[in-house]
Write a protein of this length. Sequence first.
Length: 248
Amino acid sequence: MKKLFLALIALTFSTSALLHSCGEDTTENPTTQLEQKQKSEKSAARQAGQDDFVTIKETTGLLSETIMNFGAKELIKNDNTYTFSTSKDLYLLGMRDNLKNYSFDYIDNTLSFSKDESYQIYSIDNTFYVETPYYKGLLEDVDQKNLNEDRKLNVLMIFLGEVTSDPTLNKTTFDDYSSRIAGGGCSFFNTVYNVGVGMNAAAAQANLLHNIISDVNDGDLKGCRSLGLSESTSLGVVHYATQAWCCP
């Protein structure tokens, strides 16, 4: 009798479990399926249309004077990752920063930070696009507010300019650069730069002015003196505005 009772309990639990299993809806939501399909198709189309826009394919000590103004000595490539060795800091968005603090990936013709894929730059049919947590669209349409407030976007654009430039035109070594750059009674290592970036000269100058005002207000340039007037340059697809300071 006891065995029969236990058998009935076991049968009840088995039946209940079977009914629960049959009652579960394991079908994926059609909306989710459609979104995944559209995302996959968009990704495939983007990959097919992308341009290979990076011109620096290996480790090099030949860099532009512009990027060396920002402290770079060498661009190091390890598989798909790029890093800088540096000689000094630069001023960026109201504080001192250093390019050695960042690493960059170039994978599937998309440029991003190694540890943050929420920032991406890619080119389709020779037109650059950018994705950040705050903006997605044409790189040339980034508004001034984003340039003035988004440090990581500034850094990614600084790197973009170097790696889209001609790999041999107007490049120099650190030893040659450092022997020429010091002047005006200021040592090489005491000469630091404010930088502004943009997709045109006006945007870069506006970005530079914002950065200088931020540094002055924060006291970061206290005791520094300007070395000449600001300069405008272009490198690859990016425009730069720079101001040199002597900061003992």
